[in-house]
Design a protein. Structure first.
Length: 103
């Protein structure tokens, strides 16, 4: 009888863990992608266009949002380009980037 209880407990434990993980995921803060989708959806609602046009609008809106680089990304790109011009070995890149980005 004890063996059946053990087997049952081992069979049920993964299901309980999965249910707890799903509940924790529901309570998590929205991701950047979810935030983008929410803002694009809100913009679409303001346009007053029919729902059939939503898919194309959302696609364009999300591409536009993902194409826009942040100031930090732009700065990293310019620092990286400057480092390449110096001709220094790759091992020195991390220190150079740190200094360049702190300016």
């Amino acid at each position: 009888m004890k063996q059946w209880i053990t087997v049952l407990a081992l069979a049920v434990a993964p299901m309980l863990a999965a249910a707890q993980a799903a509940d924790a995921k529901k309570d998590a803060a929205p991701t950047a992608q979810q935030n983008k989708m929410s803002s694009c959806s809100a913009e679409f609602k303001k346009t007053g266009k029919p729902g059939g046009e939503r898919k194309a609008y959302m696609s364009d809106c999300l591409k536009k949002e993902s194409d826009a680089k942040t100031a930090q990304q732009n700065k990293m790109g310019s620092c990286s380009a400057e480092f390449k011009k110096t001709g220094k070995p790759g091992g020195e890149r991390q220190a150079y980037m740190k200094e360049c980005l702190s300016k």
